[in-house]
Design a protein around this ligand. Structure first.
Ligand code: NAP
Length: 280
């Protein structure tokens, strides 16, 4: 537990609304303490209405902050500089404050790609469930890694919007389908909808039969630790990955952007284990 805070202590935060259940403070402070860094990372509830009025306080007092729902897109208008990758995704999840300037980055894509770095998805048929903020980033990464992408969403127009942006950026074919009309099998299934998240842990975004031939079932959700979708994948013999590795990798990448401190593999592993225990 951090007890020594001085005027020199560097402040980091995650801003969003709701924010009370964020896991970022848990693992970022774990890393800060293990590395003996004079810093602290706190959750800050900032509503859509108070984002503008909160920025000066953040600028004057913090060294960096993470950005989550609902500010990932709206924060962009206030930034002095935006990293090309964040521009490409149209969303920022990390802000570094340097000499009073706000510089935006996005580490979600790196987090996702890192979490599947041992899996070759080239030419694999990939079904991405969802077309929200996270889906856009994941879709871009799947395309860049060479997967053949199909997006399934409840609101098809939203998915078509994401498809158009992706085609403009990467000039690769993307299929779109209504979520409840998925009727063929895929090599890889990634859930980026919030269906199955606590407390609705018995919900499935698609029929469990769709996962029967999948070699990998990935769910961005980490609470519960194993969603019903992941349980179905496991039952059919698929490799399964939950949302924790992505969360940890994106967060540690943010910390690296703020401080230059690069987490070692064993530290990532230790944080992952501590968080898994914490959630369970
Ligand atoms: P978002 O922008 O609000 O998008 C939500 C998505 O879920 C949309 O595709 C939405 O479909 C779909 N959805 C919601 N309720 C549904 C329902 N009842 N039936 C079918 N579809 C439904 O949220 P987001 O930021 O993309 O986040 C999505 C999920 O990813 C969340 O569970 C979040 O916790 C998780 N996430 C995890 C990480 C990580 O590091 N592990 C990072 C980011 C996000 P419509 O478009 O039809 O409404």
């Amino acid at each position: 537990m951090k007890t020594k805070i001085s005027g020199q202590t560097k402040l980091y935060a995650v801003i969003g609304d709701p924010i009370a259940h964020s896991l970022s403070p848990v693992f970022q402070n774990h890393f800060i303490q293990k590395r003996n860094i004079d810093g602290i990372y706190i959750p800050l509830k900032i509503s859509s209405n108070s984002l503008t009025s909160s920025l000066q306080l953040l600028k004057d007092n913090f060294a960096g902050f993470n950005v989550t729902i609902p500010h990932k897109e709206s924060i962009m208008q206030y930034l002095d500089e935006i990293d090309p990758l964040a521009k490409e995704y149209g969303a920022v999840n990390t802000v570094k404050i340097l000499d009073g300037r706000l510089i935006g980055y996005n580490t979600d894509g790196i987090g996702f790609s890192r979490s599947i770095e041992n899996i070759d998805i080239r030419e694999k048929e990939v079904l991405l469930l969802g077309a929200g903020g996270a889906a856009k980033v994941i879709a871009a990464e799947i395309i860049k890694l060479g997967g053949k992408l199909t997006i399934a969403n409840r609101n098809v127009d939203r998915a078509l919007g994401v498809r158009d942006e992706l085609i403009k950026l990467y000039d690769r074919p993307v299929q779109v389908i209504q979520l409840n009309q998925v009727d063929r099998l895929f090599d890889i299934i990634v859930n980026s909808t919030s269906v199955g998240m606590y407390p609705n842990i018995d919900d499935l975004p698609i029929s469990s039969n769709i996962v029967q031939e999948a070699e990998l079932v990935y769910d961005l959700i980490y609470n519960p630790f194993e969603t019903k979708l992941l349980k179905s994948g496991k039952k059919f013999g698929a490799k399964t990955i939950n949302g924790l590795p992505m969360l940890v990798y994106q967060g540690l990448k943010s910390f690296e952007i703020w401080t230059g401190e690069v987490a070692e593999d064993r530290e990532e592993e230790e944080i992952y284990k501590a968080l898994s225990k914490y959630i369970r």
